[in-house]
Ligand binder design. Structure first.
Ligand code: UGY
Ligand code: MN
Length: 249
C-alpha cells in the first residue's frame, strides 16, 4: 500500500536501521524457487550477518548448502518439511531449525504462503570445540525466564548457551508498559523482527514507534531501549553474536 507524500517509518543510518514492511522489495536468491525472498539486513548496510524472509508460493522449494555460514530458520506462519544433515524435519509456526556450516538442506512441501525468517552468519569456529549439531525445536517448549528479575519482560533462549555457539537467537516478550530495564550499549550486534504488538524503540538518539512485522538492525554499541505499549503484549525475535573475542570481528 503506497503512502501519500512519500511517508515511511523506515530509517537507515550507519548505526541502526528500522525497516517497515511497506518498503520491502523481493529479490531472487540462488536455490530458492517459487519463493519470494526479502533480504532485510546484510553486510551492504554495515551488518556482519544476514537476516531475510522467505514466502513460499505453490510448490516452493529452498535448497542449498550452508557452506561457511550457519543458518537459524524460524517459521513465522504456515508449515513446511525438509531435510538437513541427514535428518528429516517438519516445522509449523513457532518451530525452528539451526543448521551448522557445511551442511546440505532442503525445505519444501510448504503450504502456500508459509513464511520463514532466516538469520545467517559466517561461523567463527572455536579452537578444540566439537562440530555444531543440527538442532530443531519449538518456541512453545522453551520456557520464558524473567529478564533481570522482571516477570513482565520474559526471555526465551532458543539455542544452547554454550561456548561453541557464536550465535544466539532469543524471543523477548513484554507485557504492556514493560521496558528494557536500562539503555543497553554493547559489543554484540542485533537483528530483530517484531512478532506481535507494538511499542517505542530507542535506537541511538532516535525514538521510533514500532509494530508487528518491523525489522531492526543495531550495530555494535548502538544504544537501545524498548517500551511495550497498547493493550496486548509485544514480542520480538532477535539475533546476537556471542562467545567470541572482539578482536576476531
Ligand atoms: O540480549 C540483549 O542484548 C537484549 N536485551 N537486547 C535487546 O532486547 N535490545
Ligand atoms: Mn541488546
Amino acid at each position: 500500500m503506497s503512502e501519500l507524500f512519500g511517508f515511511t517509518r523506515t530509517v537507515v543510518t550507519s548505526r541502526y536501521a528500522l525497516l517497515t514492511p511497506d518498503g520491502f522489495v523481493p529479490s531472487n536468491l540462488p536455490g530458492w524457487k517459487q519463493c519470494k525472498v526479502v533480504v532485510n539486513i546484510s553486510p551492504a548496510m554495515g551488518a556482519k550477518f544476514v537476516q531475510w524472509q522467505v514466502t513460499f508460493d505453490k510448490d516452493g522449494v529452498g535448497e542449498g548448502n550452508t557452506g561457511s555460514s550457519e543458518y537459524f530458520v524460524y517459521v513465522l506462519a504456515g508449515n513446511c518439511a525438509g531435510k538437513t544433515g541427514g535428518k528429516k524435519i517438519s516445522l509449523d509456526a513457532g518451530g525452528f531449525v539451526f543448521i551448522p556450516p557445511k551442511t546440505a538442506f532442503i525445505f519444501g512441501n510448504a503450504a502456500e504462503g508459509t513464511r520463514l525468517l532466516i538469520f545467517q552468519k559466517v561461523f567463527e569456529p572455536l579452537a578444540g570445540a566439537k562440530n555444531l549439531p543440527v538442532i530443531t525445536g519449538h518456541e512453545k517448549t522453551v520456557p520464558g525466564q524473567p529478564f533481570l528479575g522482571n516477570e513482565n519482560a520474559r526471555l526465551q533462549v532458543l539455542l544452547p548457551d554454550r561456548p561453541e555457539f557464536d550465535m544466539a537467537v532469543n524471543i523477548f516478550t513484554y507485557q504492556p508498559g514493560a521496558t528494557l530495564p536500562f539503555v543497553e550499549s554493547h559489543v554484540m550486534e542485533h537483528g530483530l523482527l517484531m512478532l506481535q504488538g507494538q511499542g517505542i524503540y530507542r535506537l541511538d538518539t532516535g525514538w521510533h514507534p514500532v509494530k508487528t512485522g518491523d525489522v531492526i538492525w543495531m550495530a555494535p554499541f548502538c544504544p537501545q531501549w524498548f517500551v511495550a505499549m497498547g493493550k496486548t503484549p509485544a514480542s520480538y525475535i532477535y539475533y546476537k553474536d556471542v562467545n567470541r573475542s572482539p578482536l576476531a570481528k
